[in-house]
Design a protein around this ligand. Structure first.
Ligand SMILES: C[S@@+](CC[C@H](N)C(=O)[O-])C[C@H]1O[C@@H](n2cnc3c(N)ncnc32)[C@H](O)[C@@H]1O
Length: 220
């Protein structure tokens, strides 16, 4: 029993991975490939990707939206939770790493479920609102430019069905949210988002200390 969340140091983190990660060769190969990139720290952690898979599966998600694809790790985890005819709309402003992502999705057998949309995600979400399926999506993962997370969330509230789940990454900003001397735009926006979510009565809410802090919003 513990009355507060305990700290996860390197040793405990290694144990966590060794004893809970249901890794596949496709996920580990993509991690290895991504590790050589200068911005590899952007990749969603394996335990968080598995948690996203778990969440999407637990609500029997058929359709999902991801904002921030990079080399495709979290998209692969979410898409593999969907049924064979499911659909993940994967949004990124850049196609720099799309080929890497596509090859990994193909190897994992989920590429047919993933539809890439390249461009600023706000524009893509506006387009999705005009298309069939708006209001019926089941699941959303937000992991892109932090200044826009609240805007993505508001679009998610319109795009998802009641009971759908919106997840938002990097709520801790590596701990900077709790350090008042940190006033970079992304951290300030994340603090404001945290306060907003806390008070938003349209959702059931929890902030889970996995990875860099994952916000969970369930649409009422
Ligand atoms: C943290 S990475 C995403 C990591 C990914 N979820 C994974 O598991 O590997 C953030 C991504 O957001 C994208 N991004 C940044 N600003 C964006 C915007 N305005 N619209 C869409 N994507 C954006 C970046 O190009 C980058 O690929």
């Amino acid at each position: 029993m513990s009355h507060r969340t305990i700290q996860v140091d390197e040793v405990l983190h290694d144990w966590l991975l060794a004893n809970s990660l249901r890794d596949t060769p496709h996920h580990s190969e993509l991690r290895e490939q991504t590790a050589s990139l200068p911005d590899s720290g952007m990749q969603t952690s394996p335990e968080q990707s598995q948690f996203l898979h778990f969440l999407a599966r637990s609500i029997q998600a058929r359709t999902a939206i991801e904002i921030g694809v990079y080399t495709g790790a979290s998209a692969m985890a979410i898409a593999s939770a969907l049924p064979g005819d499911g659909r993940l709309v994967a949004c990124d402003i850049s196609d720099e790493h799309l080929e890497t992502a596509r090859m990994a999705w193909q190897a994992a057998g989920v590429d047919a479920r993933i539809e890439s949309r390249i461009g600023p995600a706000l524009g893509t979400l506006e387009t999705l609102l005009q298309e069939p399926g708006a209001g019926e999506y089941d699941f959303m993962y937000i992991d892109a430019d932090k200044e826009n997370s609240l805007n993505y969330y508001e679009h998610g509230l319109k795009l998802l069905r009641p009971g759908g789940i919106i997840t938002i990454d990097n709520m801790f900003r590596g701990g900077r949210v709790a350090d008042p001397s940190c006033d970079d735009a992304s951290t300030v926006a994340t603090r404001e988002l945290a306060q907003f979510l806390l008070k938003d009565e349209r959702i059931d809410y929890s902030l889970v200390p996995i990875g860099d802090g994952l916000a969970l919003a369930r649409l009422a």
